[in-house]
Design a protein around this ligand. Sequence first.
Ligand code: AHM
Ligand code: MG
Length: 332
Amino acid sequence: MVTLNEFIINRQAEHPEARGDLSRLLHHIGVAAKIVNKKINKAGLVDILGEAGGINVQGEDVQKLDVFANDHFTAALQASGEVCAIASEENQEIVTFDEGLSRDGHYVFCMDPLDGSSNIEVNVSVGTIFSIYRRLSPEGEPAALSDFLQPGTQQVAAGYVIYGSSTMLVYTTGNGVDGFTLDPGIGEFCLSHPGIRTPDAGRIYSINEGNYVHFPMGVKQYIKYCQEIDPASGRPYTSRYIGSLVSDFHRNLLQGGIFIYPETQSAPKGKLRLIYECNPVAFVAEQAGGSATNGRIRTLQLTPEGLHQRVPFYVGSRNMVEKAHEFLNTYH
Ligand code: AHM
Ligand code: MG
């Protein structure tokens, strides 16, 4: 059995020129994930302990879980000293670490600390999504917004933690995708899914069909295609939608499928955020042999214009994303 830390050390040994700071950073992400996991497992007790935002029976403030996750990831990263600034779904602006070791950290870190958090009260899996870039601003100066507005192709590492029936950490450093499952007995992430490859052709489509009337014509037609009978291509496909990006993506990654959050009339840019939701997921998808686009252009090539920018998102098995594009190009 290979633990996450052993895996990181082994990988680093393959690169004698590496300084080891990315390795330390990945280690700290693992630590924060374990802390957040513990808290999420207790979330079912929230009724006993007190409503989030209120006061529990012991008279303590009950923090919302997404704020808890944000605080703990931020603290772990600041402690690592490798990260000079953070962008998070929870913070309107970037947070810079201007003191101590972190000031000269070589990386900036983007995260959605707890994606799908509205699912927690009904016991559905949620996740943390993260992405790491090299800083562009000179060391010795505070990090700047421009450090975060790099296209996804510049990601040094990205991945997610899924807090599900078991807790997993899945990440890439641009050299394939590896998955680690948390063994609660020993409190370690253990390599369970080395070298994940996603099937080229899948049979699952994931989209919030409640928004059907608002979808672009190409998406409507693609959904119709997914539902038609054609034994040669395995259609009709199966529809699966949890409403928790990490869970929906993770299932499709392993089994083959497409996840779509398109532009709609009410949300012309889609719902999902480019920097800390789509780009990291797109990097993992591509590294596993899949693809990710905004319906026209490769997600990783989009130049972010703002920290919380939204983009339409089509991600998953290569052949399925290609097919969806055909429909988008044919029907307007
Ligand atoms: P959140 O960041 O506020 O949790 O929203 C993101 C979530 C994703 O996990 C999920 O894919 C999507 O919202 C679901 O949206 P919808 O309920 O509109 O289908
Ligand atoms: Mg989110």
